[in-house]
Design a protein around this ligand. Structure first.
Ligand code: 5CA
Length: 439
């Protein structure tokens, strides 16, 4: 993509309404625009990151055997009356009346709708287990939407739902999602720690929040350093095998948000040098709630002995749009965003320091074409701005590598590569630069 053609409305000033760094940086880097309180448009740069995160989530769900479907954003009120949540949900639910005076709503979550779908089609133990998910916009009329996409009113969520015959099956599904979540966040360059959680309006008695550590997080968290240092991606796990030992290894070490924290237990169980007290952001939440919805809505299956029994269920959420802000909170410096390579909007920012100069144009265009041929996504700054402004802009949008082509370097046959995360710079010939970044 040539910067001269790209829609990247960056801002010089820090917008006054943005209180935390991810919100400030997302506005300054031209990733999002507010449409009304807690509701945002995703501009091309932000949209690219959102899609990358969504794709990692999707690949890991698919690997766990979950099947993707797509439910609508607008739901009928009737099914929420059946489950008893229509009144419980209160003002957070956006209620809509259609032209026939039917009560509708913009879904804040989908337990009722998925139960309604499954109820008509899964009739026997032979149809089980099933694990279904979608990635869809939700609406919650939060009292205080704030921090940009971190606590929005409209937000993108991945929500999965498991259906099993008995508790053992439901527990297997829960454990599968538990381990899949750890992998999903690790692939985004994040350390997410599972912490025992309150179940709130979703209900149930087994639940974990997945928390990433960041100074501006909304919750205070306490945990054992071992959990942070564990390299999740180094583990080979068989998702079809018994995951209970893996889950136990995570849940027996101390980890709690302030709501569930017990200082006496923390001090008794964790040696001083391993005690971590930090701020955290909830990027996912998983729930086992058994037959709460299936019983209320009559979602029954025939068991092996022919008895009609209610489905055992769980639901599993990931805050896809919140993750964009959360990753920035966890990865930035005074100059801007520092994207982990796996979610970066482009792999490389190519800067032509002297657009219009024949040598610079030729070298930069050559590199641009070669990077693209080798499958790299490149943002090519071909504009005629000042060098200082170009560097500042590239640092702000945080692409993992910058390749700088300038007249002085070219005279001695080199271009400069900068690693955005480490700040390390090195000079290489254009061919070596190409080999280095594509090898
Ligand atoms: N039905 C369950 C699981 S699918 C559910 O809705 N769980 S939840 O309420 O915990 O939401 C799942 C995830 O969505 C949260 O962990 C959080 O990362 C994200 N989320 C929740 N509310 C918001 C919000 N207002 N803005 C952005 N992300 C949110």
């Amino acid at each position: 993509m040539r910067l001269s053609q790209f829609f990247l409305p960056t801002l010089k000033e820090v917008p006054s309404e943005a209180q935390i760094v991810s919100h400030q940086l997302m506005l300054r880097a031209g990733m999002i625009r507010q449409s009304s309180a807690g509701i945002y448009s995703w501009l091309p740069l932000g949209h690219r990151v959102l899609r990358k995160i969504e794709q990692i989530v999707r690949e890991e769900q698919d690997a766990a055997g979950a099947q993707e479907l797509l439910m609508p954003t607008i739901q009928p009120a009737d099914i929420w009356r059946e489950s008893g949540r229509y009144d419980d949900y209160g003002k957070e639910m956006l209620r809509i009346t259609d032209r026939h005076d039917r009560d509708m709503l913009y879904g804040p979550t989908n337990e009722e709708l998925i139960t309604e779908i499954v109820k008509g089609s899964i009739k026997s133990y032979r149809d089980l287990p099933k694990l279904l998910y979608h990635i869809q916009w939700k609406f919650r009329d939060e009292v205080r939407p704030r921090f940009g996409v971190m606590r929005g009113r409209e937000f993108l969520m991945k929500d999965s739902y498991s259906f099993d015959l008995d508790f053992q099956g439901a527990r297997r599904a829960y454990n599968k999602m538990f381990v899949t979540y750890l992998r999903t966040y690790a692939r985004m360059g994040l350390k997410a720690i599972p912490m025992k959680a309150d179940t709130g309006p979703i209900g149930g008695d087994l639940s974990h929040e997945f928390i990433i550590l960041a100074d501006t997080g909304e919750s205070q968290v306490f945990c054992d350093r071992d959990l942070i240092e564990h390299d999740v991606l180094a583990d080979t796990v068989d998702l079809e095998g018994d995951l209970q030992p893996t889950v136990d290894a995570w849940t027996t070490r101390y980890a709690a948000t302030d709501e569930m924290h017990d200082q006496t237990r923390f001090e008794a169980e964790v040696p001083t040098e391993r005690r971590v007290t930090a701020r955290g952001i909830e990027v996912g939440h998983i729930f086992y709630f058994g037959t709460k919805y299936s019983r209320a809505m009559g979602a029954m299956v025939a068991s092996q002995d022919g008895a009609q029994i209610p489905l055992e269920m769980g639901s599993y959420g990931i805050g896809v749009s919140r993750l964009v802000g959360a990753i920035i909170e966890a990865s930035h410096d005074e100059n801007g965003i520092v994207w982990p390579a796996q979610v970066a909007p482009f792999d490389i920012g190519l800067i032509n320091l002297k657009s219009g100069d024949a040598d610079c144009d030729r070298a930069a265009a050559g590199l641009y074409a070669s990077f693209k041929l080798s499958g790299k996504d490149v943002l090519y700054d071909d504009t005629d701005g000042r060098a200082g402004a170009k560097f500042a802009n590239m640092d702000l949008i945080g692409l993992p590598f910058q390749v700088v082509v300038g007249p002085r370097g070219l005279k001695s046959g080199v271009v400069e590569i900068k690693n955005r995360a480490t700040g390390q710079r090195y000079e290489l010939s254009p061919d070596s630069a190409l080999a280095h970044l594509t090898g």
